[in-house]
Design a protein around this ligand. Structure first.
Ligand SMILES: Cc1cc2nc3c(=O)[nH]c(=O)nc-3n(C[C@H](O)[C@H](O)[C@H](O)COP(=O)(O)OP(=O)(O)OC[C@H]3O[C@@H](n4cnc5c(N)ncnc54)[C@H](O)[C@@H]3O)c2cc1C
Length: 477
């Protein structure tokens, strides 16, 4: 019987293991940490009973992932929840003393357009066609990069929008609310807004929002991991926790799949990779970092814009120009004075995460790779800017900067949570040019994490494609 080890128990590692087990391979997942889940763990980081998503929280990719959907994980207790509004982007209060407002992203394209005034029609033109054909978009964007699209017209529409620099894309909007709303979504790509393809993350995440929102898992993201674990064990797969792999050759299985970035993989593999692959993997570099701040708060955040209290996610960065400047600084290795900050108030849709009137608030800022300083004051200042009096509601704080993120999860090199910088080159060569992004050595070693297509986020599709590649190489499918 063919044997396999999957290194790392995040969504991609578990998806890879499940696909291998489905094909009759004897598979073991090896995880360095005491608990499984990688970037999709949930822990009581601050106050007993208050559940924080340690990494990922909003998971449009997981809900629409063709592989995860095929597993019917609801059988194992997975339940998706959605917020009334997908996203709020608070804007500074106008100087004339009129009330502060927020641009809102709703699941419904028309409702979003209504709130964007004279930019409403342009918003519908940009995203309506993609939202209507989101199944086709998912099918082709979740496939390996080198494939012939099954829906070429839809993919042409995606490509024409995604290829643009964000600063060009936003020119179709006349006013700041629509520009800032899109710039904040595009900032999920952790990249300079004046470079080609920097609109890609914004285009995909907006289309997903208008399809079925940005759902969260009831009880926390770990619920998805528990469901994947149940599925893997039902297929005979094994999991070992608390074992950090240092030498992949010592694993002794026929196949080794690694859900870590190429540089981390090279450290484990020694000479077990052909020279050309080794050169390409060595060149593939991490992107800027996240600085995570989890808060326990009494009651709600006192947002100045009343609508901000209805959204699951908030983008705090001000205008599109301010966000572009903050992202440029982070990419260049300079800590922005006012970094781009994402906030999640998941407890609004999922009260099971709270305890005794204390609610979890999830936040992180975009900071330079490997940033050693303390960005927590800048994160709190951004929240306070749009919610004066917020600090008075904080009961407890838990902070993880880039180095702490990496020591907690060896896949987050320098605190990069996206599996590699999303430069135009690295979006195409992920992690190298050619027909197979996943293969390290045929029939032996494969990469299966977010440094391979379709890239970062919780969807399990990189793991699925890596496993399929290995199975094809073995002649097993
Ligand atoms: C703060 C933060 C916020 C995020 N927000 C979102 C979000 O809202 N939505 C979203 O979709 N995505 C989000 N992400 C990204 C998402 O978590 C990742 O893209 C996803 O988890 C990648 O899955 P993976 O399986 O490839 O790797 P990971 O989930 O990172 O798992 C890798 C695993 O490998 C293990 N490992 C590493 N080295 C070794 C070793 N030598 N031996 C054994 N085990 C090892 C690690 O401990 C880890 O468990 C976020 C991530 C972070 C950190």
């Amino acid at each position: 019987m063919t044997t396999a080890t999957v290194v790392g128990s995040g969504p991609n590692g578990l998806a890879a293991a499940i696909r291998l087990a489905q094909a009759g391979i004897a598979v073991t997942v090896v995880e360095a940490e005491p608990t499984i889940g990688g970037g999709a763990r949930t822990e009581e980081l601050t106050v007993a009973g208050v559940r924080h998503d340690v990494g990922a929280t909003a998971m449009p990719g997981a809900m629409s992932s063709p592989f995860l959907r095929s597993l019917r994980l609801e059988r194992h207790g997975l339940r998706w929840l959605r917020h009334e509004a997908v996203l709020a982007h608070p804007l500074d209060a106008p100087a004339d003393g009129s009330p502060a407002t927020a641009a809102l992203l709703w699941e419904d394209v028309s409702r979003t357009a209504q709130g964007l005034g004279r930019d409403g029609a342009a918003w519908v033109r940009a995203f309506g066609p993609l939202a209507r054909r989101y199944d086709e978009v998912v099918h082709d964007t979740f496939a390996p990069l080198a494939h012939w699209p099954r829906h070429p017209l839809t993919m042409a529409r995606v490509g024409m929008r995604a290829a643009l620099p964000t600063t060009w894309f936003t020119r179709r909007f006349a006013d700041e609310p629509a520009r800032a709303l899109f710039a904040g979504i595009a900032a999920h790509g952790f990249t300079r807004h004046d470079t080609p393809l920097s609109a890609a993350a914004g285009v995909m995440l907006t289309a997903a929002a208008h399809d079925a929102g940005w759902p969260i898992v009831e009880g926390g993201s770990a619920g998805l991991i528990t469901a994947l674990e149940c599925e893997l064990r039902s297929l005979g797969g094994r999991i070992e926790t608390g074992r950090r792999v240092v030498d992949a050759a010592a694993l002794g299985t026929d196949l080794v799949l690694l859900s870590v970035p190429p540089r981390a993989a090279l450290r484990m593999l020694g000479g077990d990779v052909p020279a050309r692959t080794r050169r390409a993997w060595s060149r593939f570099r991490p992107g800027p970092a996240a600085f995570k701040v989890d808060l326990a708060i009494e009651g709600d955040v006192p947002w100045s814009a009343p609508d901000a209290r209805r959204a699951g996610v908030l983008h705090l960065g001000g205008s599109s120009a301010e966000i572009a400047a903050a992202e440029r600084a982070a990419v260049a290795g300079r800590m922005p004075e006012r970094p781009f900050v994402l906030v999640g108030q998941q407890y609004l849709a999922d009260p099971s995460r709270s305890a005794g009137g204390i609610n979890p608030l999830w936040a992180y800022a975009h900071v330079p790779a490997g940033f050693e300083g303390d960005a927590a004051p800048a994160v709190l200042a951004q929240i306070e800017r749009f919610a004066p009096g917020f600090r008075d509601r904080i009961v407890a704080t838990h902070v993880r900067g880039p180095r702490a993120l990496e020591s907690h999860n060896g896949a987050l090199l320098g605190g990069d949570i996206g599996g590699g910088a999303n430069t135009a080159r690295q979006l195409v060569a992920r992690p190298r040019l050619g027909f197979n992004a996943y293969r390290g050595r045929r029939g032996r070693v494969y990469l299966c994490g977010s440094s391979t297509p379709p890239g970062g986020g919780v969807h399990g599709m990189a793991g699925f494609h890596a496993a399929e590649t290995a199975l094809r190489d073995l002649g097993a499918i």
